[in-house]
Design a binder for this molecule. Structure first.
Ligand code: ATP
Length: 496
């Protein structure tokens, strides 16, 4: 048992080191900075730097294209962050968007109950762990807070700071951020919320899009945008942020077909993940036992992060809950008239409130997934010389910079040739020009930001119009005509 536990700790420490290395690398190479860093940062809020912003944009664009351009029946919208406060009453967020929390009385540290129990369960042997998690799921499903506290106490779960088991009762904590709208007028409630999910912007626009786009069921509405949650557990880098971006799609379907479409979207979304070049062994599905108040089926796609298998995307069969609620609260009929013929009666099917399958993926979590998969520390030592390199092995279509153009020397007309290649390629993809330092050093800097191709212009280029192209992952080099560079890079960065 002790041996197993020590092994477990070593594995966790190795993984935490990987996460720490990734965090440091992201800072050093301009991917991700802590927000307001010069003021010591703001907890669980991050800024994307020059390469991080490009990486994030490429992932966003890839998702957007595969959802909208590649599906003739899915359109994209861009709804406002602020919404009428009644939206959140109708959706259930005002009353239900909360997590059960518990505080340690000695350290004052607050924990999400499921995270505290899961963390403890990770230290147990597999069968005990499964039994404990099953107990937790049952208690959570029943909202049995006394039972959850008892479970924590009887298992002697300790606070990581105080090391004691001195716990408060379990309480609900609402995760929505509130602010005030306009000038405060006496007696008026001006409270508005920063949206905790982008989905509601889609639901309230259901009729607008369906009618103006003459959309026929089944059809989808996609959206990418910021969401805000006052998360209690605010650590783990960009995995859990208080301000983050979601990429969501609501697929409107005929009631009764939800099982078929739920399965379809589970499979389709997993294919999308695999198309990022990440092996299937790094993913798994996790089916929900405790379903949210709006769902009749739900699962997560989990990725094997350096902190273990964790959710990156949720797929939810949301029934007609949201449209029904908005019909009730707004007084507007959120219906669809289906003029397909009913098989039994031969008459048009008529009006119904559509059911919905939702796919919801965190953009920042996807950035962290892609970074975790790409980050590689390679030992290149030879008997003569110690050497290593950090390389980000991004798929070429997601890399922030696609091509580095490097004249070997700053003279003899080499920069002019390099500049001409830049001018040719720049309109088509992101290029980087650099003439400083030895070529080996320049290659390593490009490896560290994940540039898949480097092209070196040397004296031979002047004679035979060829360049050396170096491939990031294999580090192999070959000579190709300069006239072929643009087409070669373009062929490798095509997405979807
Ligand atoms: P978790 O259980 O990790 O809190 P969730 O089940 O509450 O996540 P959803 O409400 O299903 O998450 O949101 C959909 C997606 O949005 C998640 O799969 C995740 O990728 C992303 N997401 C949710 N909360 C955060 C956050 N605080 N920071 C970054 N991404 C988030």
């Amino acid at each position: 048992m002790l041996y197993r536990f020590t092994n477990y700790l070593c594995a966790v420490m190795a993984n935490e080191n990987t996460l720490q290395n990734i965090i440091s690398h992201c800072k050093e190479y301009g991917f991700i900075f802590q927000s307001s860093e010069i003021y010591d940062g703001l907890s669980a809020v991050y800024d994307y730097g020059q390469y991080g912003a490009e990486l994030k944009k490429n992932i966003r664009d890839y998702w957007w294209k595969s959802m909208t351009q590649m599906h003739e029946n899915i359109v994209g919208i861009d709804a406002a962050i602020f919404m009428h406060p009644t939206v959140w009453k109708a959706s259930g967020h005002v009353d239900n968007f909360s997590d059960p929390m518990i505080d340690n009385k000695d350290s004052q540290k607050r924990y999400r109950v499921d995270h505290l129990i899961e963390g403890f369960a990770d230290t147990l042997e597999a069968d005990k762990k499964d039994a404990l998690l099953a107990q937790m799921d049952t208690l959570l499903a029943a909202n049995d807070f006394d039972g959850l506290k008892l479970l924590i106490e009887t298992n002697k779960m300790k606070c990581s700071i105080s090391g004691t088991c001195n716990w408060t009762d379990v309480r609900q904590f609402n995760l929505m951020f509130k602010t005030e709208f306009g000038a405060v007028a006496d007696g008026e409630d001006n409270t508005v919320y920063l949206r905790p999910e982008t989905a509601q912007g889609i639901f309230v626009n259901f009729l607008n899009v369906q009618k103006t786009g003459r959309m026929k069921i089944p059809f989808g509405i996609a959206q990418v945008g910021k969401a805000f949650r006052n998360e209690i557990v605010a650590r783990q880098f960009i995995f859990r942020m208080r301000e983050f971006e979601q990429m969501e799609m609501q697929y409107f379907i005929k009631p009764g077909t939800q099982k078929q479409w739920y399965d379809y979207w589970k499979e389709t979304r997993m294919k999308w993940h695999l198309s990022l070049g990440i092996p299937a062994s790094k993913y798994r599905f996790h089916d929900h036992v405790k379903l949210a108040h709006y769902a009749d089926a739900a699962c997560d796609i989990e990725f094997d992060f350096p902190i273990g298998f964790k959710e990156v995307e949720g797929i939810h069969s949301r029934t007609d809950f949201d449209l029904t609620q908005h019909s009730k609260f707004s007084g507007k009929k959120m219906q669809y008239f289906d003029n397909d013929l009913d098989e039994a009666t031969g008459k048009p099917i008529g009006n119904y409130i559509p059911y919905v399958i939702e796919t919801s993926i965190g953009l920042d979590r996807t950035v962290m997934m892609v970074l975790s998969e790409a980050y590689t520390l390679e030992d290149l030592s030879t008997p003569e010389k110690k050497d290593d390199r950090v390389v980000l092995k991004f798929p070429a279509m997601l890399a922030p910079i696609k091509l580095a153009v490097l004249p070997l020397l700053k003279k003899d007309g080499l920069p002019e040739i390099a500049r001409a290649l830049m001018t040719e390629c720049k309109p088509h993809f992101n290029c980087f020009y650099e003439e400083k330092d030895a070529i080996g050093k320049r290659y390593r800097r490009q490896d560290a930001i994940g540039t898949p191709f480097c092209v070196t212009i040397d004296h031979q280029t002047k004679e035979d119009q060829t360049v050396t192209i170096r491939y990031r992952d294999s580090m192999q080099q070959e000579r190709i005509p300069i006239a072929q560079v643009r087409a070669l890079v373009q062929s490798k960065i095509m997405g979807v």
